[in-house]
Ligand binder design. Structure first.
Ligand SMILES: NC(=O)C1=CN([C@@H]2O[C@H](COP(=O)(O)OP(=O)(O)OC[C@H]3O[C@@H](n4cnc5c(N)ncnc54)[C@H](O)[C@@H]3O)[C@@H](O)[C@H]2O)C=CC1
Ligand SMILES: O=C(O)C(=O)CO
Length: 272
């Protein structure tokens, strides 16, 4: 839900907005802070769960697992699997991660022994991750040109909206797979669809979309080289419970005008 000026005008007594998600692109943080309203999110508790899901999406897309599951269940497996159904190797390839934050790093940990190289692009370099996981910092263009798998895991901001468009998909290898575990609006969806339809990239694994739930007339639903998930990254029973607990802790602290554990903009404390 968008929390913007119009909504805030209708809530003059509001003290805190407790978001149950790590991403907070739905919140106007500047406006909230200027009104002395705290804003919180639920990072960390969902990091490994989301990394598992996005890594699973990567494997499923490369090895076409959902398509082959449907093939077996439809009774089409009546002879040797035809070559056209084969997937592509993941091991000993190059993974490029855009946004080496908490979840990006957890994905890099999972890739460390399986991939040949992990490249990353981030707002700032992370020398600990470079040492620990032998990840290499590169420019965005180098990452797009060199990676066999490109995984988007940065936040949606004014800077990252539409980050992946025609120019970026054109830079990717024709054999590369694109994975989006971050936010749909970081991708110009029409350009992604064009790249997939024209096979200028091999495939995409998507957990997030420009419009959610994904509209039934989306061309993405017609493409064999797309694996979809329903914004599912953090969706396990255990993790959703931890997110709810953290959101409640944040809320109770905020109501009592105390600093919540995951306060997004600490500058707000000067206004309360
Ligand atoms: N698919 C899902 O279910 C989920 C999606 N998410 C999305 O993943 C995002 C990342 O989550 P975390 O890793 O917890 O956040 P984080 O804040 O730990 O990491 C984000 C990283 O992206 C980097 N970054 C920011 N702007 C960038 C830019 N222009 N180019 C490259 N890197 C940039 C930051 O420096 C930071 O290292 C969230 O903002 C949310 O949108 C988060 C959880 C679940
Ligand atoms: O936490 C987030 O940002 C999500 O996308 C859902 O868990």
């Amino acid at each position: 839900m968008k929390v913007n000026q119009e909504m805030l005008d209708r809530a003059p007594k509001l003290r805190i907005v407790s978001n149950i998600s790590a991403g907070y692109d739905n919140l106007d943080i500047k406006e909230l802070t200027s009104r002395g309203i705290m804003a919180t999110n639920t990072p960390d508790v969902l990091t490994d769960t989301t990394a598992d899901a996005i890594f699973g999406l990567l494997l499923a897309t490369a090895r076409r697992i959902p398509e082959l599951d449907a093939y077996v269940k439809a009774g089409q497996w009546t002879a040797k699997l035809p070559d056209e159904r084969f997937g592509v190797d993941v091991h000993h390839k190059t993974l490029g991660i855009i946004g080496m934050g908490r979840i990006g790093k957890a994905i890099a940990e999972r890739a460390h022994f399986g991939f040949k190289n992990v490249l990353y692009h981030n707002r700032t370099r992370n020398s600990d991750t470079e040492k620990e996981l032998e990840a290499t910092y590169v420019s965005l263009d180098d990452l797009l040109q060199q990676s066999d798998f490109v995984c988007l895991m940065a936040p949606l901001t004014d800077e990252t909206i539409g980050l992946m468009g025609k120019r970026e998909f054109d830079l990717m290898k024709e054999t590369a797979v694109f994975i989006n575990g971050a936010r749909g609006s970081m991708v110009v969806e029409a350009d992604l669809i064009h790249a997939l339809q024209n096979k200028t990239i091999r495939a995409a694994g998507l957990d997030v979309y420009q419009n959610e739930p994904l509209p039934l007339d989306s061309p993405l639903l017609q493409l064999e080289n797309v694996v979809t998930m329903p914004h599912y990254g953090s969706a396990t029973q255990e993790t959703r419970y931890k997110m709810a607990e953290l959101a409640v802790d944040n809320l109770i602290k905020g109501i009592h005008r105390q600093a919540p554990p995951s306060l997004i903009d600490k500058a707000v404390l000067a206004h309360i």
